[in-house]
Design a protein. Structure first.
Length: 390
């Protein structure tokens, strides 16, 4: 029996699409550049264990934001390079050695504690120094770098394994001048490090948009996030990339639910909280068992549509915590427990995360990252059949 019959809402992950996207990005990389897939935020809402298991044969490393996520990647069976990109609580420092993580360093106090840990464990902990080049988020300031390099030069429990930075303005624009300035500052720092004789260094700066639009940003490692999931970072990235290639990404994720109630509502009656929708016609109302607590943004109220039997049905009234209402008047044959596509495609119709993002006035990253982890995830092949070995 297909496990999907047990659920009223679930996420399907297309294993073939994931493979296609990873192979596509691999094809953009020089042979010496490694591919790290970013699986922070529950693998961009897709489901961390499922994604790690499906992607493992095609990537060289995974990247996470938190120690908990790192533990989940190890629990999924990954024994290769695992980079902690975010900060960590000092009380949990030992976990870094336990899980054999490479860590991102932004400042000096964490480094001193890691040195102590490495020595105590008889290990050398690989550190990636993240440097400030203009984003002013995480990153060591230029004036702190010589001191940090001195520390590495004399350390025994840590070593400088990598040098990284992150772009401030690469997704939201087709003008890459700011990114090029950051790249230039990064190069200068990389030269400084090389001149100190530290290394060999894994230099990395590129996220999805940089990989697509700025090949000189690739260096030794790509930190691939959203593109692996088959989503474009933005329209601007799509526009900048289209200019020079016909690269296709395939969305990995579909989100589905079922019609749980059907009823007729008289013209002139109201639907939902706040009386925001008044029926202008005798309305066939469908009730869906998902809402904003599942990640269906409240901003989708009255603007989104869903797909039922291959046809569009508008979301009417307000999206509630666990319930969403749709107008099925034009889908006359709709029945209880019909499958409803919230994100995904059927026949010629598609609703992408980018579409939901436009409706909810946000970015595709937020639409997928906020899909609740309590929805079941199922790996499928291109035809939608449960994937063998899933
Ligand atoms: C999230 C993240 C990435 C991946 O970005 P995408 O735009 O999703 O490819 C890369 N590097 C860092 C430091 C990140 O935090």
């Amino acid at each position: 029996m297909d496990p999907r019959t047990r659920w009223l809402s679930w996420i399907e992950l297309d294993r073939d699409a994931l493979a296609h996207n990873l192979d596509t990005f691999r094809g953009l990389l020089p042979s010496t550049t490694r591919l790290l897939q970013v699986v922070k935020a529950n693998a961009y809402g897709h489901g961390l264990p499922e994604v790690v298991r499906a992607a493992a044969p095609r990537v060289d490393a995974f990247g996470v934001h938190t120690l908990d996520e790192a533990g989940a990647v190890r629990a999924a069976g990954w024994t290769g390079m695992l980079l902690l990109m975010g900060p960590f609580p000092r009380q949990a420092l030992a976990t870094i050695a336990d899980l054999d993580l490479e860590v991102t360093i932004f400042e000096s106090t964490a480094l001193a504690e890691l040195e102590t840990l490495g020595q105590a464990r008889g290990k050398v902990i690989s550190c990636h120094l993240k440097v400030e080049t203009g984003t002013h988020r995480q990153g060591a300031d230029r004036e702190d770098i010589p001191g940090l390099l001195d520390f590495f030069a004399h350390a025994r429990g840590v070593r400088l394994a990598g040098l990284s930075t992150h772009y401030a303005n690469i997704e939201d624009t087709t003008d890459h001048s700011f990114a090029l300035g950051q790249l230039e500052r990064f190069r200068a720092i990389a030269e400084l490090v090389a001149a100190r004789g530290l290394g060999p260094l894994t230099r990395h700066t590129a996220c999805t948009a940089a990989a697509l639009t700025l090949p000189e940003s690739l260096f030794d490692l790509l930190r691939l996030g959203i593109g692996a999931y088959g989503l474009w970072p933005s329209r601007e990235t799509l526009a900048s990339t289209r200019a020079r290639s016909t690269l296709e990404l395939m969305p990995v994720l579909s989100w589905k639910t079922r019609v749980t109630q059907l009823k007729w509502v008289e013209s002139g009656e109201y639907v939902g909280y706040g009386l925001t929708h008044r029926c202008g016609h005798h309305t066939r109302l469908g009730v869906l068992p998902i809402g904003y607590s599942d990640g269906y943004d409240r901003g989708l109220s009255a603007v989104a549509h869903v797909l039922v039997r291959g046809r569009r049905a508008p979301v009417i009234g307000r999206v509630c915590m666990n319930v969403t209402l749709i107008d099925l008047t034009d889908v006359v044959d709709a029945a209880i427990e019909d499958e409803v596509i919230l994100i995904g495609r059927v026949l010629e119709e598609a609703i992408g995360a980018d579409r939901l993002a436009a409706w909810a006035q946000t970015i595709p990253y937020e639409i997928v990252a906020r899909l609740t982890s309590s929805l079941p995830r199922i790996l499928v092949d291109r035809n939608g059949s449960p994937s063998v070995g899933a």
